[in-house]
Design a protein around this ligand. Structure first.
Ligand SMILES: Nc1ncnc2c1ncn2[C@@H]1O[C@H](COP(=O)(O)OP(=O)(O)O)[C@@H](O)[C@H]1O
Ligand SMILES: [Mg+2]
Length: 159
């Protein structure tokens, strides 16, 4: 599925629509260069689930845990990860077997997550400062179900 966002508001509306369509557990792989909008999308997703505190970028902590809407949600940013072994002790691997929602930036750094993700979100910069294009793909049957939901269908770019 393709989405074109002219403004940050539209990116945030997509994140909120995804939150409404969510069926936990679910692993999201968030791709794209620095500044593409991955963390901005995660903030809007968490807000839509009812989280009203700050959402720091987990660049240094690697992992930030949240609880919202009765769900455990983990925001992971692997930009600085040198070796997947660094994830031992952070509880992240255990999470993959639980009922959690995982939002993983820079999944390329952790091969296991690539095989376990349900949804891939690939952000690109667009023609203007605030334009973005998002390619959203299912990587599992569960992910396929999410993509079929009306919340996303109705804001999809028509080609
Ligand atoms: N349409 C848009 N979608 C998302 N972010 C946007 C958009 N337009 C402008 N921005 C800005 O781009 C930046 C995206 O940064 P961030 O979400 O931290 O990116 P990433 O996590 O991918 O490195 C933010 O400063 C945000 O305000
Ligand atoms: Mg980020």
């Amino acid at each position: 599925m393709l989405f074109d966002f002219a403004t940050q508001d539209q990116t945030e509306a997509h994140a909120a629509a995804t939150a409404r369509a969510l069926d936990a557990p679910c692993v999201f792989a968030l791709r794209g260069p620095l500044g593409a909008g991955k963390t901005t999308w995660v903030r809007a997703f968490l807000r839509a689930l009812g989280h009203d505190g700050v959402v720091p970028s987990p660049t240094y902590t690697l992992v930030e845990p949240y609880e919202a809407d009765g769900l455990k949600i983990w925001h992971v940013d692997l930009y600085r990860l040198q070796d997947p072994l660094e994830l031992e002790g952070l509880g992240v691997r255990e999470l993959l077997d639980g009922n959690a929602v995982m939002l993983v930036e820079w999944p390329e750094r952790w091969p296991e997550i690539e095989t376990r993700s349900d949804i891939s979100l690939d952000f690109r910069h667009g023609a203007s400062e605030s334009a973005r294009q998002l390619k959203m793909d299912a990587a599992s049957e569960r992910g396929q179900g999410l993509l079929g939901r009306a919340e996303l269908r109705k804001i999809e770019t028509q080609t």
